[in-house]
Design a protein around this ligand. Structure first.
Ligand code: MRU
Length: 366
């Protein structure tokens, strides 16, 4: 996607072919900079500190992390230790385990001297496939947006098609395009008069900082709102559709996404607003049924609740305390939206009902 007229992806090999560059998302939207990762530990830290984040991008970074580990030591024990180190960084997004297993299964049968090259190739394939899947999600989502926009009442048809999104499920969360934002980019490029309500997404504000940054760079009209405003806007007919991403989707179509997504789904349900979830196949965990009971929810530092980061009037990125000294905070990073609240799952293979039958209709092998 575009930053100041230049096409960017979120991750790639450095010219030496041995290290990996990523965009440092902890500094956005105020500073755009890339960081170079040359060890597995650096890749693990980039994931856990959220230099890179978003389920698909975490997976690709993990895959390259295994490559970095194998360059240093291609033995079985090192492969296994690197797998465990990377897999432990963030527990909720299943893409991480999926990508690590894919690289491990590819390299394990090979002699040690061939392993790092094979891991490099597999990580590159995962990245390319992610781009293709997200682009296809965008095409399928665009058709839904066109249909919903056309079906609006005559008095609303001349107004922008208002979409609400939560967190950042854009190109910064993937390798390119994004999941939930891909249909928005495609709709904007196709000439649909689209406007996006961007949930700020406390505590880390991925909406206010990252989604707004992306939409601004792409020229898509948008407005940042506090997380609690969505229900009010829906009650007043100001939201035509909600679209979000997911970090893990169970076989029956429960979706786990950034904390607060569930409340948006409830409000959408109460107001008859379609609630769509966009996801690539790599986000489906076929081993789980009941998302609320079974998906591990990451608990992050309470400091993300008690403090907030932003740019001061002096231009310096700084962190300030919001709460009284010594106050306790609790910070579950994700919640689960049961499938009954989901209007449809937009995948790279098309749109499915959020149910086991719906998903199996698209992924018969599963
Ligand atoms: O904690 P984050 O920023 O990694 O959470 C990201 C999300 O919740 C996204 O909505 C999710 O990964 C969907 S994918 C593009």
């Amino acid at each position: 996607m575009n930053i100041d007229g230049q096409a960017w992806r979120t991750i790639g090999l450095e010219p030496d072919g041995r290290s990996v560059w990523v965009i440092d998302q902890t500094q956005l939207p105020h500073q755009f900079r890339t960081l170079s990762l040359s060890t597995c530990t650096q890749a693990a830290e980039a994931i856990s500190t959220m230099v890179v984040r978003g389920a698909p991008l975490i997976g690709v970074t993990g895959a390259y992390g295994l490559m970095l580990a194998l360059q240093d030591d291609p033995a079985d024990a090192a492969l296994s230790a690197a797998f465990d180190q990377l897999n432990a960084t963030r527990p909720t997004a299943v893409n991480l385990r999926w990508a690590l297993e894919r690289v491990r299964d590819r390299v394990r049968p090979l002699p040690p001297e061939q392993r790092s090259a094979a891991a490099r190739e597999e990580a590159g394939l995962i990245a390319e496939e992610d781009v293709a899947m997200c682009a296809a999600i965008g095409d399928h989502g665009l058709e839904i947006f066109k249909r919903l926009a056309a079906a609006r009442s005559p008095e609303r048809k001349d107004k922008p098609f208002n979409v609400l999104t939560h967190c950042n499920a854009g190109w910064l969360a993937t390798v390119d395009w994004g999941t939930a934002l891909a249909p928005i980019y495609k709709a904007h490029r196709a000439g649909l008069n689209i406007h996006v309500w961007v949930d700020e997404t406390r505590p880390r504000n991925q909406g206010a900082s990252l989604t707004a940054y992306e939409l601004e760079r792409e020229g898509v009209p948008h407005t940042v709102i506090v997380d609690n405003a969505g229900g009010h806007l829906m009650q007043h007919g100001e939201v035509d559709a909600v679209i979000v991403g997911t970090d893990r989707t169970t076989r029956r179509g429960d979706v786990c996404n950034k904390i607060g997504t569930y409340l948006k789904a409830l409000a959408a349900h109460d107001n008859g607003v379609p609630f769509y979830v966009a996801l690539p196949a790599s986000t489906i965990d076929w081993s789980l049924d009941d998302g609320v009971a079974e998906i591990p929810i990451e608990a992050r530092s309470a400091e993300e609740v008690t403090h907030i980061q932003g740019r001061g009037t002096d231009g310096v990125i700084t962190c300030v305390q919001l709460t009284p000294d010594g106050v306790e905070g609790f910070n579950p990073a994700f919640d689960v939206t049961p499938s009954r609240l989901v209007t449809g799952l937009i995948t790279e293979r098309g749109v499915a009902e959020a149910s086991e039958n719906g998903l199996k209709g698209l992924y018969a092998h599963a």
